[in-house]
Design a protein around this ligand. Structure first.
Ligand SMILES: Nc1ncnc2c1ncn2[C@@H]1O[C@H](COP(=O)(O)OP(=O)(O)OP(=O)(O)O)[C@@H](O)[C@H]1O
Length: 295
């Protein structure tokens, strides 16, 4: 009889592990306060150097997951572990200490940069706050501008002098200042035109290859997810309905909501577009048949 050693190697702890997360926002005006459950029992993992795409319709809770990781959402249940320790409830001091490891890039490159600061100040400020000398910070500013493909003379200019795509590059450079392990990317390309989107997505991939940073990539756009992430989690009404390898989820969606989301998503591939129109028509016909049957 052949003996097979079936002892599994212990799996490395993921960089980010979210378990059974619940977030309740307080809503309503004076005397009419109530809570709104934005996340219900959300669990997900991100490995070091991995990108996880989070997709779903508007209001499904994608950004709330990112905000919870950043300590900006009212977590009422569950746990968020980062690099082996719980970060669900941290003091302000602990949260500040974590900010070198966990960074964020927001959607709107027009409001996310301080208009009265030069690019050099925007990029060097986080480093100087954490004790980096002025000389080292200036050297790092030059490196970062190079990483995001901006000329070194950009450092003396102001955000208003740059296009949306260039501003987003500056925001990405700022997120990289302190060599983070994880960047929460909250719709970072949705305010950009298609060709600029492609360049910024490529930039994220290049940076990931060079630095091994992990990305939690929030987007409503499945095409973006296809380009940026190995794995995807699909959200609906505060819950994850499906998660898996992106190509598999797109080719063989298991959940009815993922199927509907895919049918509503234009995929920039002419060969698939005709198919897509036919599928969309079949989907709409099926929906119409369902609602007639329900009457
Ligand atoms: N600060 C808040 N107070 C009350 N409700 C909130 C707050 N922030 C978000 N919500 C609600 O929580 C739900 C999830 O919001 P969230 O921003 O996470 O969704 P999303 O999937 O990122 O949507 P979008 O793609 O439109 O940004 C929504 O119904 C939203 O209205």
């Amino acid at each position: 009889m052949t003996s097979v050693n079936q002892t599994a190697l212990p799996e490395a702890e993921p960089l980010l592990r979210i378990t059974d997360l619940t977030v309740d926002y307080r809503i309503g005006g004076f005397g009419r306060k109530r809570t709104f459950r934005a996340l219900q029992g959300v669990s997900l993992d991100i490995k070091p150097g991995e990108t996880l795409g989070l997709v779903g319709e508007s209001g499904s809770g994608k950004s709330t997951i990112g905000r919870a990781v950043l300590g900006l959402a009212p977590v009422t249940g569950g746990d968020i572990r980062f690099d082996g320790r719980s970060i669900t409830r941290l003091s302000k001091k602990e949260r500040r200490a974590l900010s070198s490891d966990v960074q964020v890039v927001f959607q709107d490159p027009y409001t996310s940069l301080n208009p009265s600061m030069t690019i050099s100040d925007i990029l060097s400020e986080p480093m100087q706050v954490s004790g980096t000398s002025k000389v080292d910070a200036q050297r790092r500013v030059r490196e970062l501008l190079d990483v995001v493909n901006l000329p070194s003379n950009a450092s003396t200019r102001y955000p208003r002098e740059f296009s949306g795509g260039q501003r987003q590059r500056i925001a990405i450079a700022r997120s990289l200042c302190r060599n983070p392990k994880l960047i929460v990317c909250d719709e970072p390309v949705s305010a950009l035109d298609l060709s600029t989107q492609a360049r910024v997505l490529q930039l994220f991939s290049d940076i990931q290859e060079q630095t091994g940073v992990s990305l939690l990539f929030v987007t409503h756009d499945l095409d973006v997810v296809r380009h940026i992430s190995e794995r995807v989690a699909v959200m609906r009404r505060g819950e994850i309905v499906e998660t898996g390898i992106t190509e598999r989820v797109i080719a063989e969606p298991q959940h009815a909501y993922t199927k509907a989301l895919l049918l509503a998503s234009p995929i920039a591939n002419p060969a698939r577009q005709a198919n897509r129109r036919r599928e969309r028509r079949l989907f709409l016909d099926a929906q119409a048949a369902l609602s007639t049957a329900a009457r």
